[in-house]
Design a protein around this ligand. Sequence first.
Ligand code: SF4
Length: 255
Amino acid sequence: MKKQHETDLKSIDKLRRFMLCKWREELACLDEISTEDIALHIQKAGFRCLRCGACCRSEDGDNRVFITPAEIDLISETHDMDLEDIAVPCIDDILSSSDNHQELQSFIDTQGNLHPTGWILRRRFNGDCKFISDAGPSSKCRIYNARPGLCSTYPFHMENMNLEICECPGLGMDIEWKECMAIARKVIQRYISELRDFISTYEKYEYFSSSSKGYDIYLRRLSEGKSICIVHDSRGISKGFLVSDCEGLRFIRTV
Ligand code: SF4
């Protein structure tokens, strides 16, 4: 068992070093990205935000908004809210592996603590973003001026040095060149911030051991409706409880 654990740690460490190299290389090659080229792609796709709120609601699919600690700080300062009101640990991918016990166990330490990486915006029980105003013809974001980069650049983002475009009812609409350039600048800025955040997260990552005993503790806590999470992000780790309240899942920080 010990040998298996050492092998797992070695392969995780190998993957971590590979991803760190990749992200550092991408950061170093950013000069090769032309804002005009990105703007041309955006112009070709066409886009106008219809303010339909489809990207904020769950009915059209994955509406998770990944958010960095710096973005959490901005919302916190401008809207006088705590981390607990804004974000929850990113656990969806972990929980989706819950029918594969071995995979799920690799996210749980010997004391039964769950180890997610990063944060997403809080969502209501129905899956909609907590910050979208109630359903209606003109959806409003209640944190519009401080909304995360993912929201302000949707449906565009950069991946592996290329522009990627997600589904959106506003695609195909006429757009002025000035607007294409403004979006292109924001998309590139977001790419830089995300790469820096990924790199810091994995440079600071604190590795842990797993065991079947830890897994049993985790399952017991889960049945009591209270899991302990140790969240890894670009600033280090945050420890707290994961509970459900009337607004959805909530993280209560203890350290
Ligand atoms: S923060 Fe605002 S723009 Fe982003 S998903 Fe939530 S409601 Fe939509």
